[in-house]
Design a protein around this ligand. Structure first.
Ligand SMILES: [Zn+2]
Length: 634
């Protein structure tokens, strides 16, 4: 289906590197809890690019008029992060990691690394730009026999970390600013949600196997460029879980399809942009006595209820375009972003929320609209904001009959997305003159080439012949994002069967995910601890799915917590033996009567108490032995 609609996806993969120091200073690459001793405040103005254009996205940020507050923890920030000292030379360790990754991707490293400045407009960098350097071009990654070209590999500094945001200010912490990131961009040739997920997993795996990269939530981030035939080029930013990628792609394809349907329907109805007049009308009086709480409070505060008519839109705003999101929600996003309002009401969802049928009719009458054909939007807020928001709603509505706008969207945790800003223009890079270019010598590349890990074919042979994995499982684990973790655990816990490790990491996790368990919460540390318990004989393999599910639902818990909470703490064979003896004593008459055949009854009772706490075969052996001993003595 996705091929037929001309789905094209490109992935921009960002991974934090685990170097000792930041990219342009000697601060450690640490994220800290403490707020930071120093606080600085800045306001950002939309600067003209060297070509003299003012970026549309930059204007939006300026229009918000927010102040940026930066917390600077002394442990992991210095004058460089505060933009009060020029950047130091490019971190060599980070450069080598990036080059190694480039070589592993069969990309061609550039001869000389030049650091550039890329304008950022959301205040996430104290300098107003992000430093980035092109490391290599070309290369590819192979997924299920298809070569996905890599366009560029860059090394860049991470942005400051957003801590909070209100109407007036955004607070950032400088600990993350300057941590090296590698950015890998694929060509937009991915044709299905599944393929997007595989490509991302394969790139993620390669980074983990080759490079020094950070692990855990927030250390990878993907931006997805998604379009369908006749749709718009949409960039969805900030997908933090690999597990979410296929869903994000699927939902965006569906959103664009649904918007194409809306477009056709509006065209059929003869709606054109110029028919949407966009007159903003004050309808506060209609709601003086309303039962709607929100509107009542707004009016009490002396704010306004403003409305705008959307001719020919009846039924359109209520159409679902992503799970739980309607055309009305799209308009509401624009209202929120451009007007800073909390939301809107539209006629397709009314009467509801205490707004009565009569009030709806009165609004239609005031706007001169026809309830059988038209729709309206109302926003209740401080007048200036409400006007800005409604203007944005009208502008977005005018595009509905003609095109799907190119825009930048933010990923939601359920795989849907929301509008965040227009696509920034292209003229955003200029050279960083504070940093000298770095030559990439052949000697360096040769040295790095030697440090590359063994190729997958060699690993495959080893997994099958030395570790005893089935061919199928060996193939699966070679594709796994957690390949490196598998190798580490197998080496660390030699008493645990490699097949159990591989099938847990691959099969158990996947089947839990299919059951709707949030497996993205399970970290490498959890899995390491899990197999430590298995190797110590403290966890039976039958209980692994149960423990993982518990961890997924209680991510702050440890495996030890899970064993305790689930009452799975393993027992010793002696304890079970003592219990079996006591049980036989208690039920001696019945046991005598049944003789050898009492094993089934006893087994049932013992398993009820110790299932998952001791291997089932072991329990059966104990029951058999104790039963024989007892019968012999009779
Ligand atoms: Zn620093």
């Amino acid at each position: 289906m996705f091929k037929e609609i001309g789905l094209k996806v490109g992935i921009e993969f960002h991974q934090m590197l685990d170097t000792k120091e930041k990219l342009f200073c000697s601060c450690p690459t640490l994220l800290v809890k403490e707020p930071g001793e120093a606080i600085i405040r800045r306001r950002l103005r939309a600067t003209r690019s060297e070509l003299g254009e003012v970026d549309k996205a930059a204007l939006l940020e300026e229009a918000k008029g927010k102040e940026y507050v930066y917390e600077a923890p002394s442990k992991c920030s210095c004058l460089v992060e505060m933009d009060e000292e020029p950047p130091h030379n490019l971190n060599k360790e980070a450069l080598e990691v990036a080059l190694k990754i480039a070589l592993a991707l069969k990309a061609k490293p550039v001869d000389e690394i030049h650091v550039m400045r890329k304008i950022v407009i959301d205040g996430s960098n104290t300098t107003g730009f992000q430093r980035t350097a092109l490391i290599a071009l070309g290369g590819f990654i192979e997924v299920e026999g298809k070569k996905i070209p890599i366009q560029t590999i860059c090394l860049e500094e991470d942005a400051a970390r957003k801590i909070s945001e209100t109407d007036r200010e955004i607070v950032y912490k400088l600990d993350r600013l300057g941590i090296p990131l590698i950015e890998i961009a694929t060509a937009p040739v991915i044709e299905s949600p599944k393929e997007a997920e595989l490509v991302a997993a394969k790139i993620g795996q390669l980074l983990r196997v080759v490079g020094k990269v950070k692990r855990g939530l927030g250390t990878i981030r993907q931006d997805l460029n998604i379009s369908i035939r006749g749709g718009g080029l949409v960039e969805i930013k900030g997908v933090q879980y690999l597990e979410l990628i296929s869903k994000v792609v699927e939902y965006e394809a569906k959103r664009q399809l649904a918007l194409l349907d809306v477009m056709k329907e509006l065209q059929r109805r003869g709606v054109t942009p110029d028919k949407i007049k966009g007159d903003i009308v004050d309808v506060t009086e209609i709601f003086r006595g309303t039962k709607c709480k929100i509107l009542r409070n707004v009016i009490k505060r002396g704010e306004k209820v403003l409305a705008v008519l959307l001719p020919g839109f009846k039924g359109i705003l209520g159409r679902e375009i992503q799970p739980g999101r309607r055309v009305g929600t799209e308009l509401a996003d624009y209202a929120k972003v451009w007007g800073g309002v909390r939301g809107l009401f539209h006629s397709d969802e009314l009467p509801k929320y205490g707004i009565s049928e009569d009030e709806v009719s009165a609004v239609f009458a005031k706007l001169g609209g026809d309830p059988s054909r038209d729709a309206f939007v109302i926003i209740a807020e401080d007048e200036e904001r409400a006007r800005k928001a409604l203007k944005a709603v009208v502008e977005r509505a005018r595009l509905l009959p003609i095109k799907i706008p190119a825009e930048t969207r933010g990923a939601n945790l359920d795989g849907t997305s929301h509008y965040s800003r227009p696509r920034p223009g292209a003229a955003r890079m200029y050279p960083e003159t504070d940093i000298r270019p770095v030559r990439v010598t052949d000697d360096l590349l040769k040295k790095l080439e030697k440090e590359l890990p063994e190729p997958p074919e060699v690993k495959y042979q080893k997994f099958v012949s030395k570790l005893g994995l089935s061919e199928e499982l060996a193939r699966k684990i070679l594709l796994s994002y957690r390949l490196d973790l598998f190798e580490k655990i197998v080496q660390k816990y030699s008493s645990v069967s490699p097949t159990l490790v591989a099938s847990t990491i691959e099969n158990t996790m996947k089947s839990l995910q299919r059951e709707g368990v949030p497996v993205e919460n399970i970290t490498d540390e959890h899995l390491d601890e899990l197999f430590a318990k298995v190797s110590e004989g403290k966890l039976a393999k039958e209980s692994i799915p149960l423990v993982l599910e518990f961890i997924a639902r209680n991510p702050s818990a440890t495996i030890a917590d899970a064993l305790r909470e689930l009452k799975l703490e393993k027992v010793s064979a002696e304890e079970v033996r003592a219990y079996v003896r006591a049980l036989i004593d208690k039920l001696s008459d019945e046991v005598k009567e049944r003789g050898e055949r009492a094993d089934k009854m006893l087994m049932g009772l013992v398993m009820k108490k110790y299932r998952g706490k001791l291997d089932g075969a072991m329990i059966y052996r104990i029951v058999k032995e104790e039963l024989r001993n007892f019968l012999k003595l009779q």
